[in-house]
Design a protein around this ligand. Sequence first.
Ligand code: FES
Length: 113
Amino acid sequence: MIEVPEGKRLALAIEDAGTDIGHRCGGYARCTTCRVEFIAGEPSVCTRAEYEKLKDRGLLGAVRLSCQIVVEGDMSVKPLMTVSEMGWADPGPPLDETVTPEPDWIDLASPQD
Ligand code: FES
């Protein structure tokens, strides 16, 4: 578990904290290797890209995609797929500072609105 600073893309904050989290698609909500478990502070909004991917993979309600989250307030998360644990050669392409693709924010509680 790590503590992350506010105002940053969560996957980058996790990397800055020294954890080798995966981001095999480069932060485009395609691979789910940046998945995290929220211990506290899970945001109520998500990008439509994250919602659709988690739904496709049967992961809705279980994990969140850290490449699709901007840190706001206190969050405690547990990265679930790291380079060292998965045996990858690298985490994946570098991540942009901002959320990609261009985020379409939706309310996780009523995603169809
Ligand atoms: S889904 Fe691939 S890096 Fe987040």
